[in-house]
Ligand binder design. Structure first.
Ligand SMILES: CNc1ncnc2c1ncn2[C@@H]1O[C@H](/C=C/CNC(=O)c2cc(-c3ccc(F)cc3)cc(O)c2O)[C@@H](O)[C@H]1O
Ligand SMILES: [Mg+2]
Length: 214
């Protein structure tokens, strides 16, 4: 049977990356997406901005919405301090399966919890199921029309604290207009746009970093 793109991406990792070396996994995926097949990873250019925000925040508890193949999950986890953890939500079981193998190849299983299911169901269960108090950093990279409802859900569930950082991918392309309008106009956020390019292309895209003010 015909393989899927995520399966071919995983094979490129297993063929070209060194087991236990997260940076080589990131490099292998970026090379695959540049040379072979485009895929919707945050990519190397926006990835550097992601790295700088993660390093600056130095988060202990991270939430990622939309794992896909685990590219940004590995990127983030490789920068986390020893006891820090990332919980990443993915509702497509085939993608979750690929992501777990990419994460295992990077040797980052101990820092990453892949949770299979929809964000709308799992966000309200974060405290009771995973003992999470609040998230220091949230990376939004799932369906673009879900960024705003899930942000409001995080607020309502008391999962954000004064200083929590939301970092959103694709605020230009494909675009998240209702989310942008909210975080840029709400008195509860201080927002900043990092201009970049759509992964592996010359099209404009960017990341929006928003600090929750409580
Ligand atoms: C709604 N709740 C949810 N809960 C858990 N997982 C969810 C999810 N929504 C979506 N997902 C998962 O996140 C992932 C979805 C990501 C959606 N991303 C995009 O559409 C996207 C799309 C582009 C894109 C840009 C230009 C273009 F021409 C074509 C595509 C670029 C990106 O960087 C993107 O992130 C999948 O793995 C999906 O199964
Ligand atoms: Mg994206």
């Amino acid at each position: 049977t015909q393989s899927t793109r995520p399966q071919r991406l995983l094979h490129a990792v297993q063929k070209n990356a060194t087991r236990g070396d997260p940076r080589s996994v990131v490099k292998a995926i970026d090379n695959f997406c540049r040379q072979k097949e485009w895929a919707m990873n945050v990519g190397d250019e926006k990835g550097c901005i992601l790295d700088s925000v993660v390093s600056e925040v130095n988060p202990v508890t991270v939430l990622e919405l939309g794992t896909y193949c685990g590219y940004s999950t590995v990127r983030i986890a490789s920068l986390l301090p020893p006891r820090a953890k990332i919980i990443t939500l993915e509702f497509n079981p085939d993608y979750a399966k690929i992501a777990r193998q990419v994460i295992a190849w990077a040797g980052l299983e101990d820092k990453i919890q892949v949770v299979e299911g929809p964000s709308g169901e799992w966000i309200p269960k974060m405290k009771e199921q995973f003992g999470v108090k609040t998230f220091d950093l949230v990376f939004l990279d799932h369906w673009k029309d879900r960024y705003l409802p899930d942000t409001k859900l995080l607020e309502d569930c008391g999962l954000l604290r004064k200083g929590s950082i939301l970092l959103a991918d694709n605020v230009i392309c494909p675009g998240t207009p209702d989310y942008l309008e909210y975080v840029r106009n709400s008195p509860r956020y201080k927002s900043q746009y990092f201009k970049s390019h759509l992964e592996y292309t010359k099209a404009e895209d960017g990341l929006e970093k928003s600090v929750f003010l409580g």
